[in-house]
Each structure stands twice: as structure tokens, then as C-alpha cells.
Design a protein around this ligand. Sequence first.
Ligand code: XIL
Length: 369
Amino acid sequence: MSLSRRTLLAACAGLPFATLDPASARSAGQDAGLGALAARSGRYFGAAVSSIDFAGDNAYARLLDTDCSVWVASWEMKWGALMPTLGGAIDFRAADVIVAAAARHGKRLRGHTLLWHEHLPAGAERLSTPADWQRFVAPHIATVAGRYRDAVFEWDVVNEAIEPYDGGADLMRRTPFYAMLGPDYVAEAFRLAAEAAPSARLYLNDDHVYYAEDWQEQRRTGLLRLLERLVKAGVPVHGLGMQGHLDTRRRFDEQVFRRFLQSLEDLGLTLAVTELDVTEAPDASGRSLDARRRRAAEEVRKVLAVALDSPALVGVVTWGLSDADSWLRKRGPDMFDNQGLPYDDALQPTPFRETLASLFASTRSRHAS
Ligand code: XIL
């Protein structure tokens, strides 16, 4: 590949030229980094980061730099992280550390997340009226999306709005946001985000929509109904963020997943895989570490091979890069040694990473007809 073409590709993907530097490429395992490989088909690759990752020069920060074209804060931009107590002071320091690091390293930033029913400021669980929305929620969205209007290129505006088990006919999760405005809170949140950050791409982020189980079919139905309502009403929603917390215990049916992606395409929406990782420890007994890692990689291959076939897919983000600090390991006593990310505890690439690299390298452009 000529230098000018490489430069062009890097510019298109918003990548720093350092990502293509052969020395860092070698340290990431013989290729130019996952961000550069994903850029070949017009996609990005990224990972969730936390502000402490950037405390001084360290091997993990170097990996984040070499492999990613996009970062997302795993915690720092959530409402409860910014404002521990409802109505109290907002502390942007940790989020700003990530914004500054991204600018320094030439990474694009996803914003996660403006509205989520978890990790709320203390006291927000009691919000229940339209006046509460005006007083607390609307200013929150305007302030945070506005502050990072030039830093964040994609926002997860609403996280996890669907929950069929909550029993509503609209299949939506019953949250304080729902209590305040009813189902219209989603449209209202997107309108406020668009006003505050007019050039950001705005996503509805949710999970458990790729396996064949009935409960996931219900979730697909709920999400598609909500997205269709938003699109028809002219709400500024651009895409679906599919978290992608895969699980080796579930049943994948390629046709079911393809149908879902086709429905998104039909709505004119894009798709981002926003929190990819694999839960495998609970049914790992009797398998060697090596076999477990290959199995996790196979789970990634099954789902991503289909997603990469869709022109709707804009990029893939993993929820961290190394198993050493995966949130999954803290999810239960049977998860303490889960093997579900592209790098192991010693920061060595796993089959998960090899799978991503070969999928990205062999995928044709998403804009090809
Ligand atoms: C998790 C983070 O990884 C943790 O550090 C935090 O304590 C809780 O949230 N779905 C999401 C993410 O949308 O925000 C969650 O991240 C993981 C599940």
C-alpha cells in the first residue's frame, strides 16, 4: 500500500499516524493494530477506557493507543459518576482526563451514556413528574452533551430502555425516566441531545438482541418498535448501539440475527457494537485455558461475521482490552477467571484478538454495493 493511501485511510478513520507505525504494530502482534484493520472496511475499532489507564506511561495505555481508533469512558461520563448526589455539584475532572487523553492520542470518543437507570445520582430514583424532568434531567443532558459537543462523535443517549419482563405493552423498562414522561422520554432525550451536540451521531444503546432465545426475540421486537416510532416521528436518532455482551451458553441462529440487522437497515439506521466481550467461565469446567479462549473467539466470530456483512455496521468497541480488569470478572464467584477479551492478564493477545484481526482484514468495504 502506498503511503498516500495509508495516510488517507488513517485520516478517514480519524486515526493518529502513530497507529500505523511499524514498531507499535509489531508489539500488538504482527499487524497494524485493530483500528487500522477495521478502517480498511470503513469501520472503527475501539475499547472502553478509564481515567486511571492514563496515569503515566504504561503498557496497557500503549495497547489502547496501538489497537484503538475510538475510546469510550466505561464509567466517567455516567450521570452518577458526574453528579454523585442529585442537585449537588458536578465533577467533570475524571471525564475530562479521558477527553484530554483522547485528544492527545488522536482518538475519537464515544459518549456513554446520558440516560441510564443504573448509577444514577443518589436521590434520582425518586424522580417521577414532568417538573422533575425539567428541573433535573433536561439540564443534565444539555450540560453534559453541550460540554463535550466537540469531543464526542457518537453518544449513547439512552441506555437499556427495553425490558419485556417489566410487563408493559410497549416492552419498555419502567425507570424514573419513564415515570417522569412516559414512553416519550426517549424522544425528548434525543431532541435535547441533538440541540446540545448538533454534530454528534445519536444512539439508542441496548443488549441481548442477537441470540435465538424467545426472551431475546421479545427484546428485538421491543427495540424495533421503539426505533420505528422514533424514526417515523422524525426524532434525531441515528443508530442502535448493540452492547454485545456475548455468552457461550446461548444459541446463535445466523438467520435470526440477519433478519434483525435487515430491519435496522430498512429503518435507515446504523449499528455500532458498543461493549463487546464474552461470558464463558460459567460453563468452562473441564476445558483448558487455551480451549476456553478459542471458544470465546469462536463466539465473537459467529456474531461479528454476520454484523460485518451489514453495511449498517460502523464500528466495534470492546468493553476493555484485557481480561485483567474486565467488569465480567466481578459479576459473580464463577466469573473470577473469565476469558472474554482480546488480551489476557499478561497483556498477550488472545484468539479473540486474532479473530477480530482476521475478520477486519477479510471484510469488504461497508460502502461497496
Ligand atoms: C459497567 C462498567 O464496566 C463498570 O465499571 C461500572 O461500575 C458499571 O458499569 N452495560 C453498560 C455499561 O451499558 O455501562 C456497563 O459498564 C456494563 C453493562
